[in-house]
Write a protein that binds this ligand. Structure first.
Ligand code: PYC
Length: 312
């Protein structure tokens, strides 16, 4: 039997499972080398940790690794039901809360390394967490695509630690009760955007008017594995800030309150850095579970239910 210690949390409703012990040995290279080893040699750990029957499509996993610079607090690789994420905003807030829960950090500022760059996190007195994200930018304004069953859709392509297509032009009500239709709409849009010269776009962000007083916007974010983000999506909010900054619709330091599809919110703001912006996203996470995953070799689904077949 193999055992993997994890701590689960949720950030604005979106779950994160942080591996504390028993994860794969990813060597001593850079974060991107570690990610490469994870992907090529230890992918079964990904499906064992977040996949069914132990996890679900919604769950984002995080493995803590040695950072390349000892002055950083940690390195972290995020993963989900279909692969690996560059950065993950809700996940980073969950990681920070988890490190605090373990007594490894107190209130203050810390640097955490991800495969796409260093983020600066702050654990606040009230338990809130802010994440100064990797440089973000808009790559393409007003891309118009013709989507079967949806019609003509215009939106922007932007990087916020993952790649997004962001659109208000979807014709849907952003209601939780509408999640199935929103998922189908976003998936169709993604397929066409991917085939229109943007294969890197793996998150679709549908935007619309907010419901929560004080919020600026509401979103529905479809993740790469077809699960929708229960939170307002930290990297998606960063991509939105990059578009607002590029359009001159939000000033440096001004606060943008992004509401997600379940009504939870993140606060975002940015500062400019050359051609990019540096977004800061603030939210809260709560610990939901401390557990040991048990991997029994006799279990045919020991390494999760994998689309390409089970690993023995
Ligand atoms: O918060 O950045 C985020 C995120 C990405 C995918 C799920 N959550």
């Amino acid at each position: 039997m193999k055992r993997i210690s994890v701590i689960d949390s949720h950030t604005a409703g979106e779950p994160t499972r942080v591996v504390i012990d028993g994860g794969p040995n990813l060597g001593a290279g850079s974060l991107s080398e570690k990610l490469d080893i994870f992907r090529k040699q230890f992918d079964r750990f990904r499906t064992a940790i977040v996949g069914e029957p132990r996890g679900s499509d919604v769950l984002v996993g995080a493995v803590l690794v040695e950072p390349s610079d000892p002055s950083f607090t940690a390195g972290v690789i995020f993963f989900n039901n279909v692969g690996y994420l560059g950065m993950c905003g809700h996940g980073m807030i969950g990681v920070v809360r988890t490190l605090a829960h373990l007594g490894r950090i107190q209130t203050g500022e810390y640097r955490i390394e991800t495969p796409v760059g260093i983020v600066v996190v702050t654990l606040m007195e009230d338990g809130g967490v802010s994440v100064e994200n990797v440089p973000s930018h808009r790559r393409m304004k007003d891309l118009t695509v013709a989507v079967d069953g949806v019609g003509s859709v215009t939106g922007d392509v932007a990087w916020g630690g993952n790649w997004f297509f962001l659109t208000e032009d979807h014709g849907q009500q952003l209601e939780l009760a509408n999640a199935e239709t929103l998922t189908q709409t976003a998936w169709r849009i993604r397929c066409v955007v991917n085939g229109s010269g943007y294969p890197e776009v793996d998150h679709i962000e549908l935007l619309g008017p907010p419901k929560t007083p004080g919020a600026n916007s509401r979103n529905f974010v479809l993740c790469p594995g077809k699960a929708y983000d229960r939170s307002p999506c930290g990297t998606g909010t960063s991509a939105k800030l990059a578009c607002l900054a590029a359009d001159g619709k939000l000033r440096e330091g001004e606060v943008w309150v992004q509401e997600g599809i379940i009504g939870s919110t993140f606060r975002g703001s940015f500062r400019r850095e050359s051609e990019s912006i540096i977004p800061t996203i603030t939210g809260s996470a709560f610990i939901t579970c401390e557990a040991e995953l048990v991997l029994d070799d006799a279990d045919p689904f020991c390494w999760g239910i994998r689309a390409e077949g089970n690993v023995v």
